[in-house]
Design a binder for this molecule. Structure first.
Ligand SMILES: Cc1ncc(COP(=O)(O)O)c(C=O)c1O
Length: 366
């Protein structure tokens, strides 16, 4: 920082030049985040000075967090679910497993059993909590092999994890079977629906994956992915609202004397924005958005296959994965751990964007 400041115009122009170096969304085919809804952006600004880390100072904003958790719980078939708004799927997964560990203090060398599809946030979680991570191989269709999962749990297992909407292949584990395995082992069952939580409920004939499944103890669900909220906005939802209390520490100098969240200072801006989007769009709005993403996903699959690529799985969500590694220059795609070409067809990946991309693919292969 220099001694003397400079004008707001100069600063904004400097930052704007750097912002111009960022990729444009219409070239990004690999992100699980998208352009926030305009209402989320407007509300974000309105609440930019709020801090949910000290909720007694911002009781109105704290009420909005409660309303958002209630709405998310409703979406997950448990309106009375407990929980709070996190910074994203990583924090939600970490906090869920912290709870699982606290619930089993007698286990000396704890492990968690996760699918091969599990997001790398579980590697961080195990590192931080000093847990063994047992990785269950894929079964059919890149979902978890539940027979192997049942063999891999034991008395030291504190939690099993299912993924509803896998990061790489967009698949949905058989949550009912995973929850049964947890019940038989008397351990915690966490469902990582960070991505799928805002997609699956709006598909035609969605599978059961949430609190409708007996035995599911907690869920991660991120409004900053397909909830069109501003970043960072995730959520951890708990079947037993009191479960969060085991994480509480004294916070003597704040308005609330106990705190269960991982971070202290938390913005209310993204939280209020996420709630605004849900209230504004309603289920119908989300259904229409997801229907559009699915239509575009199908178009991408047909177009890629016409160009000689083969789909690795039949998409059930807005993720499409192909064999073949090459994509045209200028587009941002990604690759799975198995080196498959991966696309996430978010709302910013419109039909025009897809046609433009497919034209480049066709030209590249000529
Ligand atoms: C299934 C799943 N879980 C967790 C995460 C981590 O979320 P975040 O990056 O918001 O921490 C992701 C991110 O893509 C994800 O796809």
């Amino acid at each position: 920082m220099k001694d003397e400041g400079c004008s707001m115009g100069e600063v904004l122009s400097f930052l704007s030049d750097l912002r111009d170096e960022d990729l444009h969304h219409d070239r990004i085919l690999s992100s699980m985040c998208t352009i926030p809804h305009p209402i989320a952006i407007a509300v974000h600004e309105m609440f930019s000075a709020t801090n949910l880390g000290d909720p007694g100072l911002y009781p109105g904003t704290a009420k909005i967090e409660d309303l958002l958790i209630h709405s998310l719980g409703e979406l997950m078939h448990l309106p009375d679910a407990g929980g709070y708004c996190t910074s994203g799927g990583t924090e939600s997964n970490l906090q869920a497993i912290r709870i699982a560990k606290k619930l089993k203090p007698e286990v000396k060398e704890p492990n968690i059993v996760v699918p091969a599809s599990a997001h790398f946030s579980f590697d961080k979680t195990c590192d931080m909590l000093d847990l063994e991570m047992r990785v269950v191989p894929y079964g059919t269709n890149y979902t978890v092999d539940t027979e192997k999962m049942a063999e891999m749990v034991d008395r030291s297992t504190i939690a099993v994890v299912a993924v509803a909407g896998t990061t790489e292949y967009g698949m949905i584990d058989d949550v009912s079977v995973v929850a049964r395995i947890a019940e038989e082992q008397n351990c915690f069952c966490h469902v990582d629906a960070a991505f799928g939580g805002f997609v699956i409920p709006f598909l035609e004939n969605p599978p059961l994956f949430d609190f409708a499944v007996t035995g599911v103890d907690s869920l991660s669900l991120d409004p900053h992915k397909l909830g069109l909220a501003t970043i960072p906005c995730g959520s951890l939802l708990l079947r037993d609202p009191k479960a969060l209390n085991c994480l509480s520490v004294d916070s003597p100098y704040l308005t609330m004397k106990k705190q269960c969240t991982l971070v202290g200072t938390r913005s209310g801006a993204d939280v209020a924005g996420a709630y605004a989007v849900m209230k504004h769009l309603g289920r119908e709005g989300f259904r229409a958005m997801i229907a559009g993403c699915m239509e575009n996903t199908r178009r991408l699959v047909v177009g890629m296959e016409a160009c000689g690529y083969s789909r690795v799985v039949d998409p059930i969500m807005n993720v499409a994965v192909f064999t073949g590694e090459i994509a045209p220059v200028g587009w941002k795609v990604s690759y799975t751990r198995n080196n498959h070409l991966r696309f996430v067809v978010m709302p910013h990946v419109t039909c025009d964007v897809i046609e433009c991309f497919l034209a480049d693919v066709a030209a590249m292969r000529e």
